[in-house]
Design a protein around this ligand. Sequence first.
Ligand code: AMP
Length: 353
Amino acid sequence: MLALAGIPLGERFVFWGEGSDEARRASPAADVGTLFAGAYADPAAIAAFAERVDVVTYEFENVALAQAEALAARVPVYPPPRALAVSQDRFEEKTFFTRLGIPTPSFNPVDTRLELDRAAKAIGLPAVLKWRRFGYDGKGQAVLWSESDLNEAWNRLGSAPCILESFVHFEREVSIIAVRGRTGELHTYPIFENGHEGGILRTSHAPARGTTGALETRAAEYARAVAEALGYVGVLTLELFVTKDGLVANEMAPRVHNSGHLTIEGAVTSQFENHVRAVLGLPLGSTALTGYARMVNLLGRVPPIAPLLAVGARVHLYGKEPAPGRKVGHVTVCAANEDTADARTAEVLRLIA
Ligand code: AMP
């Protein structure tokens, strides 16, 4: 989607993926750019890749930090590798939020079973045990409702460093997407409301329902604080819980975000185009919405697309091999008013059920 946004601006793309030749050829990126092969840790591959490109970006937060830093010594890398260091480790991330005055759940690092007991006492239950690194879409985490859950959660997750964080009784989950240019120019999209199923994003709504100006302003302040502290360039996402006491930060993503896919049709400038503009040092585009937009992820299988197109939905298929729970595409509906957007979304959900 980054390449689809950047090609009309005259750019060409080289994609570095580590899998087998066959896996790389099957990658959606193969249709929109040149593929580069090489082990991420191989210094010769890093040097060869840097020779091929003018600027490097990433859309996956588990890029190896050493690789990003080695590339940054040869060619501009945006967002800055420091953003990776912060967002790859939930303990670093929450420490960073706290330092910036951004509310986040109480948290303690947990490396041993004894530390889990101590953390559960300090934080109280319910609480959520999470791997510090490599968790995503609800993987690598367990909710501890009572003391009797500690053993099983530890047996499942305790082989890797963890954090225990307090359980947030949230009303809604939202995200705020910001884009910061090389000159420090910063824009934020309106906040999006996100619905999850089994820890996986299923729907995003823009604008978020029941949004007040104060909530939006506060979310934008948090995004700005994170972006400025990191000297950030590109698109940055903050995932936030809306609680009765205000916003609480869950995590940040140093990249374009699934909740922002609706900006392709629903905003003046998509998150993908704005990210490409930012990393190239071009003026950024307006982040205003053009109406009401809803995004529905296609999970696990590709439904027949003709009925979706017939109801006015826009379809994006990623060309990925279907697998249970895998995001194989998304559908967007846009409308000038909220009722029409909701009615069309209900129709889409019926068609893909
Ligand atoms: P994460 O991988 O941290 O984004 O977590 C996946 C989902 O788990 C979130 O979107 C929430 O729905 C839920 N979740 C994560 N952390 C907490 C928490 N501290 N309290 C309540 N729910 C949480």
